[in-house]
Design a protein around this ligand. Structure first.
Ligand SMILES: NC(=O)CC[C@H](N)C(=O)O
Length: 366
């Protein structure tokens, strides 16, 4: 059967022609690239990528299919995928299906047979921007441009209240020694798995939950999750975090949660040129002097000058590629956060000690 054509149009007018994968249609979002060699299903189901089109730099995608246990949320909410060589056939004995059927099931439009090296080099030099993938506008670039104009700008975009859980839910063993209230901005399941495996019973609350509601459960600590969108567009979360800090209970934040913790301490955030997304980003822990290879997925970052001027917060981790702030802690409270993903999934496990540190903080605080 002849493959259906698809077009990828970038906001700066660059056009790529390829073939349709997944569900036929038209889908727009911010285009970003992940340099990981593996873990596409975990990446596609990470809610932090909501509203983004993901380019994977590894050239073969789909060849190990999908697996029901390798999800980071109930369903992928990404705006599309761009790949070089796509495999509808998968070879893994315990795989549960093909990536092609998975994309169709979740109505995700993708494009294959793209020179992803050229595309990624372009994004690296020009910066993050919106893009659109379509199988419907063949030969009608003006029509596609009109569709692209409707895609919202990631700057100033609030998405957490859309992707978070609508109802509170529990995770882990209810008789575990510690209880943590997790504020869900788009939480990855592997964070909950990591907390639960360290003796933490988690109660996950929707993004806009008040401190009073969480405190009524009497948690030993609070967790601020990862998630999509611009942290500067979430004043509700910043206010709640200020109230959480006033309780003096231990707080741990990851990625968006780290950015929200920083904002709650008067530190601004800004959008990076093209962000950090991959599985081999080098970080230095300034407290131990050791380096870590980390999993990353962020397009915003906290302002280093603000942290350096702060009386409240200090830098604990730096990104060794560009010296951006990768971790902070409060000087006078048991609260800390990192810009990267210690839960990995996918990625290396070097930074799992941060979950142990959080549990230790809770034990020392009781
Ligand atoms: N993984 C995340 O939590 C991402 C945080 C935020 N949306 C960013 O892009 O920087």
């Amino acid at each position: 059967m002849e493959k259906q054509k698809a077009t990828l149009l970038l906001a700066d007018g660059t056009v790529f022609h390829g073939t349709l994968i997944g569900s036929p249609g038209t889908n727009g979002g911010e285009i970003c690239f992940n340099t990981g060699m593996t873990g596409y299903q975990e990446i596609y189901t990470d809610p932090s990528y909501t509203g983004q089109i993901i380019v994977t730099t590894t050239s073969h995608i789909g060849n190990y299919g999908v697996h029901n246990d390798e999800v980071e949320s109930k369903a992928p909410t990404i705006a599309g995928i761009v790949v070089n060589s796509f495999s509808e056939v998968y070879s893994r004995l315990d795989g549960h299906g093909s990536l092609q059927n998975y994309l169709v099931e979740y109505k995700i439009t993708g494009i294959a047979d793209i020179d992803t090296r050229k595309l990624v080099r372009h994004i690296r030099s020009v910066g993050a921007m919106n893009a659109i993938i379509s199988s419907e506008y063949e030969g009608n670039l003006e029509g596609l441009k009109a569709e692209l104009a409707k895609v919202p700008d990631m700057n100033g975009l609030e998405l957490s209240s859309q992707v978070c859980t609508k109802e509170t839910f529990y995770f882990g063993d209810e008789n575990a020694p510690k209880k943590v209230a997790c504020l869900d901005f788009g939480i990855k399941l592997n964070i909950l798995r990591n907390l639960a495996s360290r003796g933490v019973y988690c109660k996950v609350f929707p993004a806009k939950t008040s401190l009073a509601e969480m405190a009524a459960w009497n948690p030993d600590g609070f967790f601020l999750s990862n998630g999509p969108g611009d942290p500067a567009a979430m004043p509700y979360a910043v206010e709640t975090t200020k109230e959480i800090l006033a309780t003096n209970k231990p707080v741990f934040g990851i990625c968006l949660g780290h950015q929200i913790l920083a904002e709650a301490c008067g530190i601004s955030t800004y959008k990076m040129h093209h962000g950090h997304r991959g599985l081999n980003h080098p970080i230095k822990n300034l407290l131990t002097g050791k380096s870590e290879i980390t999993s990353q997925n962020h397009g915003f970052v906290v302002n280093r000058e603000d942290v350096e001027k702060s009386d409240v917060v200090e830098i604990t981790h730096v990104h060794l590629n560009d010296n951006t702030v990768a971790g902070i802690r409060l000087k006078n409270k048991p609260a800390f956060s990192v810009q990267y993903h210690p839960e990995s999934s996918p990625g290396p496990h070097d930074s799992r000690y941060l979950f142990d540190d959080f549990v230790t903080l809770m034990h020392n605080n009781s």
